[in-house]
Design a protein around this ligand. Sequence first.
Ligand code: UD1
Length: 343
Amino acid sequence: MNSSCIIVTGGAGYIGSHTLIELLNNTSYRIISIDNFSNSSPSSYDRVKQLTSRDFETINLDLCNETELKKQLSGINNIEGIIHFAAFKSVPDSVADPVLYYHNNIESLNNILKFSQEKKISNFIFSSSCSVYGNADALPVTEETVLKKAESPYGHTKQIGEEIIEFFCKVNPWFNVVTLRYFNPVGAHMSGKTGESPITKPNNLVPIITQTAVGKNSLTVFGSDYDTRDGYCIRDYIHVTDIADAHVKALDYITQKKNRKNFSLFNLGTGNGVSVLEVIRSFERVSGKKLSYTVGDRRKGDVVAVYANNDLAKKELGWKPQYNLDDMMLSAWKWQLNLGGES
Ligand code: UD1
């Protein structure tokens, strides 16, 4: 095993746990995951272990607690890089409680950056989101697209996070960052043995669809009167394992010094805009189940449509999404069946 290590914050979470799997299976780094299980549980680590050939270390830590962070992390040496996932991610929750979102997402980032500075850890990957684009003037969005006002506090915390990091990079030229703007990560590990498992009720479309199909939830589609091809919101859904794979490639990109500048930004989407109705149809196709749902009002904080131009990530990182919408929905469905509850 490589003696240098990678710290993954939020490693028990949805994208974090899928990235742990890819890191453990495709690199030789010692891997340390930090999580405080604010929206995940330790069983997520057990599932990662079942899907990988080697072990990793875990630390239970709230990154907003700087004293505790120092106490628990300062003894770790040989840190090659940090992949920073840990954050709250619900658009509606952020609208309901903005202060919670600004506190958690910004404070944890500041603390982990301070730690990177003190330890001179030179490689950093930041989880951002396509929500930074707001309601963009033109689609698909490229990394050059001018950011509009964020539609939600969640999106705003990602805009602020990107800016903090960009300023930090200017004064610390030794610090190399890849910021990844995820579009809508969905689906589960293709084995169906792990997937999204928030401890609170999910707000995201795909887990609500699969829970509805087993009678554990009921789907309300938020708005069918948008100015889009079928009236429903358009998003760029991307398989979570494609997102995880991009992190392995981004890590290689900065650790192998292939980056042209010390602050790089990449869109991670498939490039396909898909409506909520099309997601439902895909689910019905792969599961063979008819989904019952109601159409309700628009949700506060939603952008109308957004999808990616992903050329830059393909060119610079050598990354390419492998999975299509049906793969996303089938893997999510397999995971739901694994969790049980089909009525
Ligand atoms: C947003 C971000 C995404 C981020 C995610 C994290 C945007 C454009 N995308 O996703 O980058 O990864 O937050 O949570 O900001 N919907 C329903 N009924 C439901 C739930 C959702 O109709 O019960 C609809 C929404 O209105 C939306 C679509 O499904 O049109 C996707 O919603 P959701 O899964 O919550 O993700 P976003 O908020 O788009």
